[in-house]
Design a protein around this ligand. Structure first.
Ligand code: ADP
Ligand code: MG
Length: 451
């Protein structure tokens, strides 16, 4: 059965060959505790014991659990041990491994290696924010603390924040850095109060206070959440007093946080506040060129101009438009020209695009939120990382649009309407009991419809 389980994991859950060889092959079942539904698993490879234990736990526990359940029908939690410690129950968190690669460090800090200063196009709309970000990256905690970046959706705040963190880590991999969205911060705080996932309040605090650089993205979502505000306030004070860098982003300037406590607002203003505006035509062109170059295409100037002329408000949409044109050309096997671009973007550029919320918007926002692609959501992949966001799309389409069930199914790559109903039910049910899901749905709704 164990072989079957491993095989299932490899085949169904997109585990790369090298990932399979390195992490899954050395695993063996040590014992099964039927009464408590626990499967104890030993890692048989001393070379990966230290790095592997944490990594496997984080990345594969869940997949392993569902695979075991799928093959044997046995619902369980898995516990991992390294060989030398098979008898003693280890603390879930191991100390940081010093010499792990930069990639691992970035992963632990929740950083996206693709978002760097190199890939960030500087234009008149973001010049100031870019300069401030670079300055902070070059001398953290020395000049602007906190750095507060604000601006509308899809204008590059998150990109800039990751750029700072990636830059600092490249220069000094020993720096402790943590990136978090205020949504995740809130959810982890709730979990730590309830003592789920072995995280205690102390562990939670350490995770966020014990850093050289803390980045909190989309801070506006703490509005109305008392305990999160309180925790942010103390985290801020601890870090600031210890001369550690804090970087915050938001959709509005601190002054416009009407309902936020003054003491928090005033702290946000202690350092430097910079904004990012919508990109002008030149910047839009430059961003499209950069993206085209990075993806290895050479697209006719007329087409780039057409996109830059028609998609104005938001860089995420600008990128989305280019991707769509490229996708259509591949799909129809046609060359990229103006006709094709018009065809590809006809929904994007509809005159009354202003207000209406469409399933497409919802799919894009959810994909962005969960760091997957719209294609993943439309696919029939069954891994948890995709299934839940897909069900969330179903739920949001139902509650935010007039779209009939069948149509929602169509937007999601032709799923039948019972699948859609089940998805909606699942999320609705979860909302009754799961605070985290509530926060997430809340955040997503605001992202989809900011007004
Ligand atoms: P925000 O956090 O403000 O909503 P993001 O940082 O997520 O926006 O940016 C949305 C998308 O646009 C990302 O894919 C990002 O890489 C891209 N982007 C934004 N600004 C720039 C820029 N100046 N140069 C290149 N790409 C950009
Ligand atoms: Mg963002």
């Amino acid at each position: 059965n164990w072989d079957k389980i491993l095989q299932l994991m490899r085949d169904e859950y997109d585990i790369s060959p090298v990932g399979y060889e390195t992490w899954l092959k050395p695993l063996q079942v040590e014992s099964v505790d039927e009464d408590n539904h626990i499967v104890n698993i030993v890692i048989m490879d001393p070379k990966i014991e230290t790095i592997g234990l944490n990594f496997i736990k984080k990345k594969y526990s869940f997949v392993l659990q569902i695979s075991i359940e799928e093959v044997t029908g046995f619902k369980c939690t898995v516990h991992f041990y390294s060989k030398g410690q098979a008898d003693t129950i280890k603390e879930p968190e191991l100390p940081e491994v010093k010499d792990s690669s930069l990639m691992t460090i970035m992963q632990n800090a929740n950083l996206n290696p693709k978002y760097t200063f190199d890939t960030f196009v500087v234009g008149s709309n973001n010049k100031m924010a870019h300069a401030a970000a670079l300055a902070v990256a070059e001398s953290p905690a020395e000049i602007y603390n906190p750095l507060f970046i604000y601006g509308g959706v899809g204008l590059g705040k998150t990109h800039l924040m990751h750029s700072i963190a990636n830059f600092i880590l490249k220069n000094d991999p020993s720096k402790r850095i943590m990136y978090v969205t205020s949504e995740k911060f809130t959810n982890e705080l709730i979990d730590s109060i309830r003592n789920k996932n072995f995280t205690t309040a102390t562990q939670f605090r350490e995770k966020y206070r014990n850093n050289d650089v803390l980045l909190v993205d989309d801070i506006q979502f703490i509005i109305g959440k008392e305990s999160t505000q309180e925790e942010i306030f103390h985290t801020f004070n601890t870090l600031h007093e210890a001369k550690k860098q804090i970087i915050i982003s938001s959709d509005r300037p601190p002054k416009e946080f009407e309902t936020l406590e003054d003491r928090l607002v005033s702290r946000f203003e202690w350092g430097l506040t910079v904004d990012i505006q919508s990109p002008d035509y030149e910047t839009r062109m430059a961003i499209l060129r950069k993206k085209e170059e990075m993806d290895g295409y050479n697209i006719d100037n007329e087409v780039i101009k057409y996109i830059a002329n028609n998609i104005k408000s938001n860089i995420r949409e600008l990128e989305g438009a280019l991707t769509k044109v490229i996708a259509l050309s591949k799909l129809d096997n046609k060359e990229i020209n103006l006709d094709l671009a018009e065809e590809a973007l006809k929904d994007f550029i509809s005159p009354n695009q202003d207000m209406e919320i469409t399933p497409e918007t919802i799919i894009n926002v959810v994909a962005d939120h969960y760091k997957c692609t719209p294609a993943d959501l439309i696919s029939s992949k069954r891994n948890k990382e995709i299934v839940i966001p897909r069900q969330i799309v179903m739920y949001l389409c139902r509650s935010m649009t007039d779209c009939p069930l069948q149509m929602i199914g169509k937007y999601l790559g032709g799923k039948d309407h019972t699948t859609i109903i089940n998805g909606i039910k699942k999320i609705t049910k979860q909302l009754d009991t799961d605070e985290n899901m509530k926060t997430t749905i809340d955040v997503l709704k605001k992202k989809i419809n900011p007004t």
